[in-house]
Design a protein around this ligand. Sequence first.
Ligand SMILES: [Zn+2]
Length: 363
Amino acid sequence: MEVPTVTGSACVMITERSLLVHCSANQALRCARIADRPGGGLVVSPHQRDEAGLLATAAYLLRQQNFGAPLLLDAARYAGQARLPASAPFNPRWLRRQRELGLTVLTDSGYVDSDDERGLAGILHRAAILPDVVAVLPLHPLWLRDRMHRAVLTGHIRAAGVPVALVLEAHRDPFALPGVVAGLLEVLRCEVPTLLLRSDISALGALCHGALAAAVGTVGALRHLAPKLPAPRPVPRPAPSTVFRPTLSYRRLGAIARAKRGRADPQLWGCACEVCDGRDVDWMADLPEREREVPAFEHSIRVLRQLREELLGEGVPAEASRRSWTARCVDAAYRSRELGWPPAPMLAHWREAAPRPVARLTA
Ligand SMILES: [Zn+2]
């Protein structure tokens, strides 16, 4: 399948199935180092709602650091307790500033609630009349889970014909919810360039099934869109998790260390990524709490990038990518059970969504 492309007004284009890093502005300099490579790129959201700071960070990355991979700015007005609704107008200055920086322009969309078809249509319609923008669609999960909602969503996406960037709401992994994988695949069949923001391991599944780009968050809060709380209250920062490759899942470092004690198989625990450098992946559990987050993420993105190369490397046909992703999901579920962990629910959803092999008729 030909991958549609998204062009920015400058030279940097998203032309391949890119695995992006989604970070906040205060992490951008560190993440740029990891993300600036072919097949990579960076999505940056404001730190503490500071949009001016985000624009300054982007300018610095482009002009002082010569960042050469795709760079996208996500205003994230759809997130947090003060989120804007889908009906909120785009800020022309925000769109113009991205254009002035030579970036692919993302709309600063508000949140599309489950009953807000008018808001959904409004975002897509307003994006369609602007030149070269990607319509950000921050969606209640019902838009992908429910057949009727899905039909309405894909109808509006097809009618608008603009590139879209999905942001999916859930308390944890949106792809753990039944129907979300199937809904994503229907959106991908709309044949408009589609990006997935704020994601985790399912970013790989999305790329194998035709997404133009998918972004993996540095921290849990950037791996999904957290629902609005009924009343504002401080949310404790969870202990960092990291990707455990054999089970294709994010696991707390302590959980990995405990599982290893029961099964000291060096082939299972060792990691050759640049951060681990051959050590068993639970080495990070020995670091002081506040020092774990950075290596946990750097290991994760390197493992996911390696998987992207294996699944989508040059010369791998699209059909082979999809089959390989399905086979890995099946294997990861098996390995999870072997370790006594419940398999990540998204593994079964991706396996069930795989196209069935054509049955042979026998005489
Ligand atoms: Zn590693």
